[in-house]
Design a protein around this ligand. Structure first.
Ligand SMILES: NC(=O)c1ccc[n+]([C@@H]2O[C@H](COP(=O)([O-])OP(=O)(O)OC[C@H]3O[C@@H](n4cnc5c(N)ncnc54)[C@H](O)[C@@H]3O)[C@@H](O)[C@H]2O)c1
Length: 465
């Protein structure tokens, strides 16, 4: 089966970049990305390519090549479903905020809605691809909805699991040259045909040996496992960072020493204020929930500790700022360099900065924020979402700057919360001269040269030293 027409439901951080790359690499396939969020779709269609809603290095260039040719953004979900032979579901799967599994399980209401909509619209057979990260055995539920709520047209459905492993900030590079592509499907002849149809698409630019095919459940669970392992490495080195601070060991030296062991490897070993992003915490909580639901309490407790450690690290960072500034930050200006959860993205979901700011606002600090890509409204929205205080108080407590030097002026301390490259190139002497003394820098991302900053006169503090 040769696919000519693809629909992707969800024009977010995954749907947008993945489909832009498929459209770019498969000019013969028409790719339509649909979303209920009209504002988001309008931004994807904005004449000025720099106004697309997601910032990722290389994304605007790739969208510009195919948009209007074989890549389309639309709010007409039904039409796109009707026309497509293959439908990717890339909608959000946040942690549930209500009912059974609240605070742990993945909320699958958006997924279910997609399945119902596909069933209602489909007049002919479709391959439905799970691109969103889903709990193991979700395909079963999708299949049941598709098979039992159809419109009577007799359409047949194949469900594939094709989790996305891209990392924000390097999404385009990850999509062009992935470590692997994973496709899970049924073992019968129809299942194999559906798998082959998707393999053929990826084979346009990805070597066949990097395209793994498995059963659906392995594929679904592999994505949760990958995120759990990655997050666990961050929490592991962060746990050691606290021990380093007490013992005089240096976490960077420890990380280098262990990273040279080929069994351990050097990546993801940087101590920091903690991981953020929309995925790690949500996916581990989901894993914990799944383990608990099978009665595997030891497995659940083991993975939950990764989250507990991450929360501890964020709290520890904030309380270290308070302690160091003579046990009070009340009325003191503290500047945050960075608000995004990592560099090269404008995504702030679960960013450590939000929680550190929340703690410092409780201590009556005056927070100044500079981030090169995050918009002011998002920063207030992130804080309001926590519901710790009235939105008007967040507005009073936090001032957002468009210039880093202005943001740092008259500050008592600077906290680096995102590892943006530009922070390393600043004129730190100039920043120091304009700060209150003694001037403190808390490097939550381990990116600045402490020796240089100490020479200038800063009191410099890095995690794990
Ligand atoms: N962000 C990442 O780095 C990343 C990486 C790998 C996997 N994932 C997974 O991919 C999925 C999507 O993540 P994201 O970051 O792109 O989310 P997102 O919130 O950026 O985008 C999801 C989009 O889906 C739309 N949507 C929801 N329900 C819809 C419906 N019924 N019809 C049409 N549109 C609908 C929303 O309006 C939203 O624009 C999640 O399951 C996530 O865990 C994310």
């Amino acid at each position: 089966m040769k696919i000519k027409n693809i629909c992707c439901i969800g024009a977010g951080y995954v749907g947008g970049p993945t489909m832009a790359v498929i459209a770019h690499k498969c000019p013969d396939i028409k790719v339509t990305i649909v979303d209920l969020n009209a504002e988001r779709i309008a931004a994807w269609n904005d004449e000025d390519i720099n106004n697309i809603p997601i910032y990722e290095p290389g994304l605007a260039e790739i969208v510009a090549i195919s948009r209007g040719k074989n890549l389309f953004f639309s709010t007409n979900v039904e039409k796109a479903i009707d026309e497509a032979e293959m439908i990717f579901i890339s909608v959000n799967t946040p942690t549930k905020t209500y009912g059974l599994g609240k605070g742990m399980a993945a909320d699958l209401k958006y997924i279910e809605l997609c399945a119902r909509q596909i069933a209602a619209v489909a007049k002919n057979d479709k391959i439905v691809v799970e691109k969103s990260t889903l709990p193991v055995r979700t395909a079963e539920a999708i299949k049941s909805i598709l098979d039992n709520t159809g419109n009577g047209a007799g359409a047949k459905f194949q469900i594939l699991s094709n989790p996305e492993f891209l990392a924000e900030g390097t999404a385009i590079e990850d999509l062009l040259r992935p470590d692997r592509v994973l496709i899970g499907g049924d073992g019968d002849a129809e299942g194999q045909a559906a798998i082959n149809a998707l393999v053929d698409i990826y084979a346009n630019w990805i070597p066949k040996e990097k395209i793994l095919t498995t059963n659906v459940w392995s594929s679904e669970l592999s994505k949760l496992t990958a995120n759990a392992f990655l997050a666990q490495r961050v929490s592991s080195i962060n746990a050691m960072s606290e021990l380093c601070e007490k013992t005089g060991a240096d976490v960077n030296e420890v990380a280098r020493a262990i990273g040279m062991d080929s069994r351990i490897g050097s990546k993801f070993l940087k101590a920091s204020v903690g991981f953020g992003g929309s995925c790690f915490q949500k996916d581990i909580l989901n894993l914990v929930y799944i383990a608990k639901s099978y009665g595997l309490n030891e497995v659940a407790d083991y993975w939950e500790q990764v989250i507990i450690m991450n929360d501890h690290q964020k709290k520890r960072f904030a309380s270290n700022i308070v302690k160091t500034l003579y046990n009070t930050v009340s009325g003191k200006k503290i500047t945050f360099l960075g608000w995004a959860f990592k560099k090269d993205t404008n995504d702030t979901r679960e960013s450590a900065a939000i929680y550190v700011a929340d703690d410092l606002l409780q201590e009556q600090a005056c927070i100044a924020v500079y981030d090169p890509k995050v918009e002011k409204e998002i920063i207030y929205k992130d804080l309001d979402y926590l519901e710790t205080r009235e939105p008007s108080d967040n507005k009073k407590g936090v001032v957002v700057f468009e210039d880093a030097y202005e943001a740092c002026k008259d500050a008592h301390a600077i906290a680096v919360l995102t590892e943006w490259d530009e922070f390393k190139t600043y004129d730190w002497q100039k920043i120091y001269d304009n700060m209150k003394k003694p001037a403190f820098v808390f490097d939550g991302r381990n990116i600045l040269d402490g020796v240089k900053l100490r020479t200038i006169g800063f009191v410099f503090q890095e995690i794990g030293k």
